[in-house]
Design a binder for this molecule. Structure first.
Ligand code: NAD
Length: 490
């Protein structure tokens, strides 16, 4: 018998303790070689003044075990509370959110009985960087950050996942027809990495048509890789399509630490009644067992669980015409899974963690993932202009242009002004609605560069005459290639 693997366990809030106890009971009966360390997270920790819902000492356990099985928590209403999940993801660098979404028809009612896909969502970047500002009376901004190392890690992870799990196709979804630089980078990196996996079919879909097809024909997808926000939305849609969000697990994977949980919340409406379905958390524990190198136990539990569902052993929210007897409570359901350990489903497809078996003893899933590609040498950067964002209410584009043109300092010229990304000067349309937020582009003569001192000189001239400058963005070329959008609403 090999050594026990320490794991950090949080029993959470609401239904959390009930479903965690049920899950741990199955794990123990199946012979999972784990040594749980319990930590407190959630509502009480928030109330005790820990703004992220986790006490400082709990981090020690997470950093020591590097594996976290987490029950759902209740986030208190009101301001001042930070999302525990977002804090954990960012602090521990959990860059990949992996969410298998599988239909269990006819035992779980769904319009899409053949669905079996995995969403690999980038977990740290995009609009979730939390960099938001109010800039004017009328305008608020959220910064969308996409990095090349971030794209490389998540795209690589998606292909490695597909390869290890015998998946045939990886679909990338972005909105790069509009966000050519940020989403464009994600798509480009996907195209760069794809040839290293010649056995895997690839495709790219614009997120809107991709989401539409996911909603109508989810069976055409296998693995989907996508930036953070799209992945957040898609993964909830996909889980809902399977017929029950209560069954879906998710894994948050980083280079050092991984966190496993059900996708649902703490269900305060049914907490304490012993009727919650522990399946989402149990299947999350299955993902965890594969991750920590115990695929045989994972396979035994997963197949016993499939057999349980197939035998009509259902908790209240799944109860229907194919269910036997009265709805099972959380613990009775766990006992039914335990009774079936060693059995396989007869109608639903059994799982086989073949990639793990083939290696004899399975490597931890994250450990075998290649590290990010070497960073590229820094490009030769040329500063060629500056976008100056100005707050001015109740004025026209021509007025702003006239004011700024009178103040501009050499070597700049005012090239254009946009309002909410639409060009309003020169040659704007009177029909264009304008708010109090003007993006004014100042450029050097073609082929020339400027200095930071030139920009400071320009800002000094503008602000000295009362122009309310909100912020600036430098316009740069990288190895001669434009590093900014043309910005005419294109
Ligand atoms: P929820 O997922 O808790 O509940 C939505 C509905 O699904 C409820 O009717 C609930 O009874 C039912 N449900 C959920 N899980 C179930 C299960 N295992 N078995 C049977 N029925 C189940 O979503 P909510 O009501 O929007 O959120 C409640 C709390 O959970 C909030 O405080 C929210 O912030 C938190 N939350 C936490 C997490 C997390 O910790 N990862 C995720 C989502 C929501």
């Amino acid at each position: 018998m090999s050594e026990l693997t320490p794991i950090t366990v949080a029993r959470g809030d609401g239904i959390g303790p009930e479903i965690m106890d049920a899950t741990l009971r199955v794990l123990q009966a199946a012979g999972a070689r784990i040594a749980p360390e319990f930590i407190e997270i959630g509502e009480q920790q928030y109330r005790a003044g820990h703004s992220s819902g986790i006490a400082p000492e709990a981090w020690d356990s997470l950093r020591r075990t590097k594996v976290f099985l987490k029950a759902p928590i209740t986030t208190p209403q009101g301001g001042g509370f930070k999302s525990l999940n977002v804090t954990i993801r960012k602090t521990l660098g959990l860059y990949a959110n992996v969410r298998p979404c599988v239909s269990y028809a006819p035992f779980v009612r769904t319009l899409h009985p053949k669905m079996n896909l995995v969403i690999v969502r980038e977990n740290e970047e995009d609009l979730y960087a939390g960099i938001e500002h109010r800039q004017t009376d009328e305008v608020f901004q959220c910064l969308k950050l996409i990095t090349r190392p971030g794209c490389e890690k998540i795209v690589r992870y998606a292909f490695e996942y597909a390869r290890r799990h015998g998946r045939k196709k990886v679909t990338c979804m972005t909105k790069d027809n509009i966000m050519k630089m940020t989403d464009g980078l994600f798509h480009r990196v996907f195209d760069e990495i794809a040839p290293q996996y010649p056995e895997i079919e690839t495709e790219h879909l614009i997120i809107d048509i991709g989401a539409a097809r996911l909603a109508t024909r989810p069976e055409r997808f296998d693995v989907i890789v996508t930036p953070n926000l799209y992945g957040d939305i898609l993964s909830d849609i996909a889980a809902e399509l399977t017929g029950s969000v209560g069954l879906a697990p998710s894994a948050n994977i980083g280079d050092h630490v991984a966190m496993f949980e059900a996708i649902h919340g703490s269900a305060p409406d049914i907490a304490g009644k012993g009727i919650a379905n522990p399946s989402g958390l149990l299947l999350a524990a299955v993902l965890m067992l594969v991750h920590i190198g115990q695929p045989a136990v994972a396979e035994t539990i997963h197949n016993a669980w499939l057999r349980t569902i197939e035998d009509g052993v259902h908790t209240a929210e799944l109860h229907g015409s194919l269910s036997i007897g009265r709805p099972f409570g959380s613990m009775d359901f766990a006992d039914a899974v335990i009774e079936r350990l060693g059995q396989r489903p007869e109608q639903l497809a059994p799982v086989r963690y073949a990639w793990a078996d083939a290696a004899g003893s399975a490597p931890a899933a994250a450990a075998a993932i290649p590290v990010a590609l070497p960073r590229r040498a820094p490009a030769v950067k040329g500063l060629v202009g500056v976008d100056v964002f100005v707050h001015a209410a109740g004025v026209s584009a021509d007025f702003v242009a006239g004011q700024l043109s009178a103040l501009v300092t050499p070597p700049f010229t005012l090239q254009m002004i946009t309002n909410r990304g639409v060009k309003v000067w020169p040659g704007g349309f009177p029909e264009t609605f304008c708010t109090d937020h003007w993006r004014c582009r100042f450029v050097a003569p073609q082929g020339q560069t400027v200095t930071h001192a030139d920009i400071i000189g320009l800002l000094h001239a503008l602000t000295a005459r009362g122009v309310d400058v909100i912020k600036t963005e430098n316009l740069c070329t990288f190895d001669g290639e434009r590093g900014y959008a043309l910005g005419q609403g294109q």
